[in-house]
Design a binder for this molecule. Sequence first.
Ligand code: PBG
Length: 328
Amino acid sequence: MATPPLPARPRRWRRTSELRELVSETRWSHENLVLPLFVTAGRTALDVQGLPALSRTRVEETVRSAQEAHDLGVRAVLLFGIPARKDARGTGAYDPKGPVPSAIRRLKESVPGLVVMADVCLCEYTDHGHCGVLVGDHVDNDRSLPLLGRAAVAYAEAGADVVAPSAMMDHQVRALREALEAAGRPETLVLSYAAKFASSFYGPFREAAGSAPSFGDRRGYQMDPRNAREAMRELALDEEEGADALMVKPALPCLDLLAEARRRFELPLAAYQVSGEYAMIKAAAREGWLEEAKAVDETLSAIRRAGADLLVSYFAREVAERRSGGGA
Ligand code: PBG
């Protein structure tokens, strides 16, 4: 009788770092990262304690920090705007002289190699803090669509490469696509926040953007974190509506959805490691409870392993600095 085969020894491949590198299944670099930036029209910059990547800066300073990030190897930024004045209809979102179009124009002049993405939503621009316009206490879907379309056109006309609707209004991708076509901007990419959950991990962002809703919450339009099949439906609808890339948000709580989306869709997939995910790592590292760089790499690797092509992360600048050897 033949001797039974020896059981495998998976540790053989783990013995040296060279062996481990040869067979690593997941690779990503600073070139996959997107850095969010907050640009304000107001006179005052704002710092969120202990969370440097959430600083709100004026146009000139935003351009400087994007330039620095680009010099370190960051290839793309995602802009959020804070207007000088907020109103019920979020007028500042589609003001061609607003903070985001101004920053885009300046970025395209001075950092031509940088991919510029602009978030499209009303919540930073409305006095009530909701992502669309209100009828009574209700966020009205179809009345919000043309305003989102106008914002996308304002950003595209300023030179944005990518517009990223995050309001979670039904048909928003189609509304943007149609508005961009009508404005003669068919080349502008639409990166849809397709499966965006009503998450408790957006807290620090809302402080940075001053966009917390003044009443109620966002559960009437953002998704219930318990739902996965519904997330697949949202992604499929946005693909049908003409999205060029699909986003899942937040990232680490949604790895199952990223993996499933990777199996189902051919479009580029993005994941947003949101402000609360950033804050958790920062806070724990400050306490000495974990090593920041290792925790960051582990989470980004997990998000990439699950299937994301683009990694939106407040750690983008630090990662680029560490990984690209400081050069672009
Ligand atoms: C705008 C928007 C939000 C985030 C991205 N786009 C806030 C929200 O939905 O309340 C959150 C990003 C983060 O937490 O880093 N609608």
